[in-house]
Design a protein around this ligand. Structure first.
Ligand SMILES: Nc1ncnc2c1ncn2[C@@H]1O[C@H](COP(=O)(O)OP(=O)(O)OP(=O)(O)O)[C@@H](O)[C@H]1O
Ligand SMILES: [Mg+2]
Length: 345
């Protein structure tokens, strides 16, 4: 994977080419002060005008304390002021309204998929800039875009291309995970298709394997092949309930992109890929190898679970599980350590 391939997979590069076949979106340049705010580790203070919590580092006077959460009694430290981005905020709100009031946010390449648990609705659906900031500031995937977009590139001795950072707002769409597929293209040829949400078994996929594969191949041939700037890339699609295929995203052909039910070793080797249902005594069909989860037995935990908070932490902090709290207090009384279970919310 070369740096140029990563550059070509930026949303603002592919969106104008494939606008007709994807979800309606807006692209806003990200001002430098917003980038600095997103990269600043110390503040989780959402901008003025939002109703969400603000973080202060001192005891504020009663008159201004109502909306503020006080994290410390230390009077010597100064108040962290909520940053203000009035012009940018106005542009974002205008774009959100033009997209129907609910959007899915991402940066040049990544969405904050690892942070949805922190949002009040446990979703990436946003209606304001503060919703977006809360997700972005909690996401390692967003930080990856901002700090190391060219990691894993083979031409790492060449200078990094200059990136203009952008906020991408996509019209919110209720996508059913069983309709999402990731497609791998090598030398302009569609070589592999994987179920995107491979952690679940979807009965309809095994039942409609051939029609799903054919509709994706047709979509690729008619609308994608030879139109993208590279020979090798990975595109994500959504097949809706009418069987119509939509483009969701384009990703670099390399280890920064999750290879799902394939491995990068298989995808980059010259040998022929096998499909989920391939049998040794049956000749394999021409066309891409199609893999999907074939039974409930192979169901796995969601890959983003490891980004969440352990369930015990949440239960203790909210006091939701009284017995756990009592156990915890007993343990701290006897100065033993709490054995936090690896359960996650
Ligand atoms: N407009 C939208 N409305 C609602 N959900 C969406 C929308 N666009 C994408 N999604 C959901 O979010 C998921 C991630 O979207 P997307 O592929 O754009 O993010 P990404 O960061 O590029 O992911 P990856 O790292 O896997 O490439 C999709 O699989 C889909 O389920
Ligand atoms: Mg992507």
């Amino acid at each position: 994977m070369k740096k140029e391939q990563v550059v070509n997979c930026q949303f603002s590069v592919w969106y104008p080419i494939f606008k007709k076949f994807t979800i309606k979106s807006s692209i806003l340049p990200l001002p430098q002060n917003v980038i600095d705010y997103l990269l600043d580790d110390g503040t989780l203070v959402v901008p003025e005008g939002s109703s969400s919590l603000q973080q202060t580092h001192n005891n504020t006077s009663d008159s201004e304390a109502d909306d503020d959460v006080q994290w410390s009694d230390d009077e010597s430290t100064e108040t962290v002021k909520a940053p203000e981005f009035p012009d940018f905020n106005a542009k974002v709100l205008e774009a959100i309204n033009a997209l129907g009031g609910r959007v899915f946010p991402k940066l040049n390449w990544s969405a904050p998929r690892d942070a949805n648990w922190i949002a009040l609705n446990s979703s990436l659906e946003c209606q304001s800039l503060s919703d977006i900031f809360l997700l972005f500031k909690s996401s390692d995937f967003v930080t990856h875009d901002l700090t190391q977009p060219f990691i894993h590139c083979s031409d790492d001795d060449s200078p990094d291309p200059v990136i203009s950072y952008e906020l991408v707002l996509r019209k919110w769409s209720e996508l059913i995970p069983g309709g999402e597929f990731r497609c791998f293209v090598k030398e302009h040829k569609l070589i592999a298709i994987s179920q995107r949400d491979y952690t679940q078994y979807y009965h309809h996929i095994s039942k409609q394997e051939h029609s799903i594969s054919h509709s994706i191949q047709g979509f690729f041939r008619d609308h994608i092949q030879y139109k993208f700037l590279d020979d090798d890339y990975v595109f994500d699609v959504y097949r809706d309930s009418c069987g119509r295929v939509w483009l969701i995203d384009i990703n670099p052909f390399g280890p920064v992109t999750d290879s799902l039910l394939f491995t990068w070793e298989e995808l980059t080797s010259a040998s022929r890929l096998t499909a989920s249902q391939a049998q040794d005594d049956m000749p394999q069909e021409e066309g891409p190898a199609f893999r999907y989860t074939t039974s409930e037995v192979t169901v796995q935990p969601s890959p983003c679970l490891s980004y969440r908070m352990p369930r015990d932490f949440v239960d203790l902090s909210t006091g939701e599980d009284a017995y756990k709290l009592i156990d915890f207090l007993k343990l701290t009384e006897t100065e033993t350590t709490l054995d936090v279970k690896e359960k996650v919310v």
